[in-house]
Design a protein around this ligand. Structure first.
Ligand code: NI
Ligand code: MN
Length: 225
């Protein structure tokens, strides 16, 4: 499996014929080094919650790639009204797709969708456990530290993607505890430095995380396992 960091919480996930993007915030990201037009061949798009820095370019990418969007029921409903193919799930639910298995995990956050007509209810925010060819990743979404993460230890996660930027999500110290709870083989920090309010040093997370290997991905770089 190849994980490519596109900045903020956006990752490309490639395994065989499966090519997905999670939380595709690209054109609005001041640190991004690709454009949505650079991204092709997507089969799936995962959206953790309704905030603009997570839905991001999801609508455009779903249309240009004819990709299936997997999200909670409320965001899926919002997107299917725009003519996008969606698969609605909800917190705690697991489903076997043709490419592998997806489970929605709880996230402690909000999920409102900003539109020109105002804020729309976006359901509960989530994270994803995604398993393809016996390789399993956990994308935590935007979340505070929660005891629920301890339950993910039983999932035997290979790679956990954890927010460290604070203010809207866990900071470094909380992300270290979260990583201890999840107990993955590898942790990759995300959701930092995009804006001044979430500035954080991923090397500090790496020093403090004693539970597993930390891989710090520069934007555009990949981790393969
Ligand atoms: Ni958010
Ligand atoms: Mn966010």
């Amino acid at each position: 499996m190849k994980l490519t960091y596109l900045g903020h919480s956006a990752f490309l996930v490639e395994e065989g014929g499966f090519k997905a993007i999670i939380d595709p915030f690209i054109s609005g990201n001041p640190l991004a080094n690709v454009t949505p037009e650079d991204i092709s061949g997507l089969t799936h798009i995962f959206i953790t919650h309704g905030h603009g820095d997570h839905i991001g370019d999801g609508i455009e990418l779903a249309k240009s790639n004819d990709a299936l969007v997997i999200s909670n029921a409320e965001i899926s409903g919002y997107l299917s009204n725009k003519g996008i193919k969606t698969h609605a799930m909800h917190i705690g639910g697991r489903y076997k797709f043709d490419f592998g298995i997806v489970k929605l995990t709880p996230a402690l956050h909000g999920s409102g969708i900003s539109t020109e007509e105002g804020m729309i209810y976006g359901g509960n925010p989530c994270g994803f456990v995604i398993e393809v060819n016996n390789k399993k990743i956990y994308h935590a979404g935007d979340t505070g530290l929660t005891m629920d993460m301890k339950l993910l230890e039983a999932e035997n996660i290979d790679v956990a993607l954890v927010p460290i930027g604070g203010n809207f999500t866990m900071d470094i110290d909380d992300a270290v505890i979260a990583t201890k709870f999840v107990n993955p083989k590898v942790a990759i920090p995300m959701h930092y430095d995009t804006f001044p309010v979430i500035k954080a040093d991923p090397n500090e997370f790496k020093e403090k995380n004693k539970i597993c290997e930390t891989v710090i991905l520069n934007i555009g770089k990949s981790h393969e396992f």
